[in-house]
Design a protein around this ligand. Structure first.
Ligand SMILES: O=C(CO)[C@@H](O)[C@H](O)COP(=O)(O)O
Length: 223
């Protein structure tokens, strides 16, 4: 079993104080920094690129930076993010012409590779590549915005991916992203997730340590 990871999505942070916000969530008990990259093409929103990732490293952030690429095409940005300090890079299969090649590109740059499935993406995109992956990221909202509601059918999907990971015998993380909150994180963990992204639930709360503590306790109660 993989150790639990709580990864606040900086999409909901105060961008005018990003370094301080990241320091604060890490001091409050977060494990990773979840870094959402949107291109106004693959998704209808525009966010941040490798320069901001590099700036966080220069600021002194040493925690893993979990980059979720919502960009199309995806390959060109991968070396830039690796050089900027990303440790984990995940991408959507629809954004790559050659999914296996993109996974190898990420690993060749020294990062862990994740494949992201949107709520309506069938699990067969995992065929033939699951064992090459370090992580499967299941979106529990349609990508593009923070603050959306968790789509309940994701719970069954998490169970099915957990079964596939178990059958593979590999140490592959199962991350869930979108609408994750203290009130539903136990169900998400029970279904089989080990890595939890939360944006608005953490950055929208006045006390980061309290909300992260509640989330971790809820996960610990079922894992
Ligand atoms: O990738 C995305 C959205 O595309 C997510 O990382 C959201 O940023 C999560 O935000 P909340 O649903 O937790 O507010």
């Amino acid at each position: 079993m993989q150790p639990t990871v709580i990864a606040p999505s900086i999409l909901s942070a105060d961008f005018a104080r990003l370094g301080e916000e990241v320091d604060n969530v890490l001091a409050a008990g977060a494990d990773w920094v979840h870094f959402d990259v949107m291109d106004n093409h693959y998704v209808p929103n525009l966010t941040i690129g490798p320069m901001v990732c590099e700036a966080l490293r220069k600021h002194g952030v040493t925690a893993p930076i979990d980059v979720h690429l919502m960009v199309e095409p995806v390959d060109r940005l991968i070396p830039d993010f690796a050089k900027a300090g990303a440790t984990d890079i995940s991408f959507h299969p629809e954004a790559s012409r050659h999914v296996h090649r993109t996974i190898q590109l990420i690993k060749g740059e020294g990062c862990r590779a994740g494949l992201v499935l949107n709520p309506a993406t069938p699990l067969d995109v995992l065929d033939y590549v699951l064992e090459d992956l370090d992580m499967v990221l299941l979106m529990s909202v349609n990508p593009g915005f923070g603050g959306q509601s968790f789509i309940p059918s994701t719970l069954r999907k998490i169970e099915r991916v957990r079964e596939r990971i178990a059958a593979s015998g590999k140490a592959i993380r199962l991350e869930v992203d979108g609408g994750v909150k203290p009130g539903n994180i136990a169900d998400i963990a029970k279904a089989g997730a080990d890595t939890f992204v939360a944006g608005s639930a953490i950055f929208g709360h006045a006390d980061y340590a309290q909300v992260i503590g509640r989330m971790r306790a809820a996960v610990d109660s079922v894992r």
